[in-house]
Design a protein around this ligand. Structure first.
Ligand code: HEM
Length: 401
């Protein structure tokens, strides 16, 4: 194929991918990648087009019953199609709207972030990837679900059960997935009684609100809808948000000038910083779609059934869309137009919640620490992995503010 001079996508694992993404865009912006047996899309306009046109490019999910089971069953928003998907998507957007997410921020997330920082702030050193970013995201989700976020054993159990499922999905969702199935059974045994107990829909937590608002939007709404979608919100929202927070913290540690500008600029600048970090580093580098029919895309002939990989992280540094794309610009106009949360009918339903967690995390790190710097004695961060990428570990030293 004519695209064989370009770095295969799989060869970018564990190394900075942005030079290769630029090559893809300049040579394409649609190119064939042997390593993934897929078309790669690397420009902003075409990534957006593919994401918005689900009629032409439907999502590509593994055709495997274990995949449905470990995601909580067929009523999960990611599994649902057509009108049923639309209804579930609208329900979740409503349950995690900017207004509701701000209420969760005031009620729980501020306290969770403060509580997590409290655990290490006296020590003057920390690993802010696991001990801060991941710790606060898992606990925020427990809090939003009306569970005890201070219960470390619960947080650990939830994460331990999540891991085999993530490992199986990231490994290509192949075979029976025994460990993932066993973890899914255990999660179900744990969470179903809690879901049933909230059936009256009386509380302000996510589960009660899903019971209350679900039947207005979804036909024949049952505990299976609540279960499948609470499971999906945890799966889709935990590692992604933790990774985005780790990337934001990485930039704070590395860039003292930006730190100072944020302290002086306050909430508006912090909000723009968060968008710029999402644009520059993303959390989810790319997504999978398939072509419904034979069609042209970016001058290439795509056949029905071909896999198409939309590289959102490449779109987010497209100079045709973003001036000085590699530069973190706290004055960037329309900074939210990046594709870190996708676009179109499958756009992220948790974007508002992720944003408040990111903003609260950045705000409190700035408030509670001074002279933040990498620990020369600790392992330095690397922009690891391939699909979900973060700069970790984050071994830092600091003075208490
Ligand atoms: C910075 C953090 C996050 C990033 C970068 C992110 C990114 C994304 C992306 C790219 C998609 C599209 C997937 C696709 O179409 O193939 C998506 C979908 C989704 N996200 Fe997020 N996400 C984040 C946080 C969250 C949170 C906090 C939640 C929930 C609590 C969440 C729940 C979902 C769900 C349920 C979907 C599927 C929507 C559908 O299929 O209709 N995400 N997210």
């Amino acid at each position: 194929m004519a695209d064989s001079h370009l770095s295969p996508l799989t060869s970018l694992e564990g190394r900075d991918p942005y030079g290769a993404y630029e090559d893809y865009r300049e040579s394409g912006p649609v190119i064939w990648d042997e390593s993934m047996q897929a078309w790669l899309v690397a420009s902003y306009d075409l990534c957006r087009f593919v994401m918005e046109r689900e009629d032409l490019f439907p999502p590509k999910n593994p055709n495997n019953p274990t995949f449905v089971k470990v995601r909580g069953g067929p009523r999960n928003v990611v599994i649902r199609q057509g009108d049923e998907h639309r209804a579930t998507h609208i329900l979740l957007l409503r349950l995690l709207s900017p207004k509701v997410s701000n209420q969760y921020r005031e009620k729980y997330i501020r306290e969770v972030v403060g509580g997590v920082i409290e655990r290490f702030v006296n020590k003057g050193h920390a690993e802010l990837g696991w001990d801060f970013a991941h710790a606060l995201v898992i606990r925020s989700f427990l809090a939003v679900c009306g569970l005890d976020w201070r219960d470390d054993a619960l947080a650990q159990k939830v994460y331990d059960l999540h891991m085999p499922i993530v490992a199986w999905i990231e490994g290509g969702a192949k075979g029976e997935g025994e460990a993932a199935m066993a973890a899914a059974d255990e999660i179900r045994d744990f969470i179903m009684p809690i879901i049933e107990a909230r059936k009256e829909g009386a509380g302000d937590d996510l589960i009660s609100r899903m019971w209350r608002e679900g039947p207005e939007i979804i036909r024949d709404f049952t505990a299976e809808d609540v279960y499948a979608n609470v499971r999906e919100l945890f799966l889709a929202g935990t590692d992604t948000t933790a990774i985005a927070i780790a990337n934001a913290v990485y930039r704070l540690v590395k860039d003292a000038d930006t730190r100072q500008a944020l302290i002086e600029g306050g909430p508006d600048k912090i909000a723009t910083f968060v968008e710029e970090v999402l644009r520059l580093y993303g959390a989810v580098q790319f997504r999978f779609r398939s072509a419904r029919t034979d069609q042209e895309l970016g001058g290439r002939h795509i056949r029905a059934g071909d896999t198409v990989i939309v590289i959102n992280a490449a779109a987010n540094r497209d100079p045709a869309r973003f001036a000085c794309p590699a530069h973190l610009d706290l004055n960037r106009q329309r900074a939210r137009q990046h594709l870190a949360f996708n676009a179109g009918p499958r756009t992220c339903v948790g974007a508002a919640l992720a944003r408040v967690e990111l903003i609260e995390a950045v705000t409190q790190i700035l408030e509670r620490t001074r002279n933040l710097r990498f620990d020369p004695a600790g392992e330095p961060p690397a922009f690891g992995n391939l699909l979900l990428r973060s700069h970790e570990p984050l071994n830092v030293l600091f003075d208490q503010a």
